[in-house]
Design a protein around this ligand. Structure first.
Ligand code: GRF
Length: 212
């Protein structure tokens, strides 16, 4: 049975691209049915169009938060969406949206949560002098990057790294991590139970990746 995904983006959409590439290879039962952005010029929308996927712009300007989220919910419900993946989506979501897709909304964050939530996580980790950081996929709750952790990818900081080098290495990890979680979700192997993420792992799989 196919599993219908919506990917929400606000920017360049390299994570979206990694998800589309993986779904396109038939790595899993996921079908990316729609890509939605609050920004008309998000390059992620262009990537979707190039891949023949519906690209939908739902602006947030001039709307109350509730009105924006209701518009999102109804667009996704109209398309029978099962899972929502936030791939660089620049809006905090409230229970208006989250309750409509309870236990079905995932986000990717460029740090090892719970360290360095919020914006500019790579720079915050870099400035803190960490020797490693990484990426986290988590269920979304009403907090900022606080929901149950699904999977993490660990990335070293190398002595000569600039913040740009370090961020690029984290992004490469994100591109492995999010498709892996997409497979779990579309196989029906990922659930949120009592405030925790539960994954049925196949042999050889792990919820922690390390840089190869
Ligand atoms: C990624 O670093 C992701 O972790 C964060 O936003 C960024 C989106 O990048 N939430 P891209 O648009 O997927 O290239």
């Amino acid at each position: 049975m196919s599993c219908r995904l919506a990917v929400l983006v606000s920017g360049s959409g390299t994570n979206l691209q990694a998800l589309m590439d993986s779904a396109g290879r038939g790595d899993c039962a996921a079908e990316i049915a729609v890509v939605v952005s609050n920004k008309v010029d998000a390059y992620g929308l262009e990537r979707a169009r190039e891949a023949g996927i519906e690209a939908l712009h739902i602006p947030h300007q001039g709307k109350e938060r509730v009105e924006f989220e209701r518009a999102l919910v109804s667009a996704l419900q109209d398309r029978s969406i099962d899972w929502v993946f936030l791939a660089g989506f620049g809006r905090i979501l409230t229970p208006v949206f989250l309750d409509a897709f309870a236990g079905r909304v995932l986000n990717i964050h460029p740090a090892l949560l719970p360290r360095f939530p919020g914006m500019h996580a790579q720079r915050k980790a870099f400035d803190a002098g960490v020797l490693f950081s990484g990426a986290t996929v988590h269920f979304v709750d009403a907090g900022t990057d606080t929901g149950p952790i699904v999977a993490q990818g660990v990335v070293p900081r190398i002595a000569e790294d600039t913040v740009e080098d370090f961020s690029a290495r984290i992004l490469t990890m994100e591109h492995r991590l999010f498709p892996m979680v997409m497979r779990w979700a579309s196989d029906g192997r990922l659930q949120q139970v009592d405030g925790a993420a539960v994954v049925q792992l196949n042999s050889g799989e792990s919820r922690v990746l390390f840089e190869e």
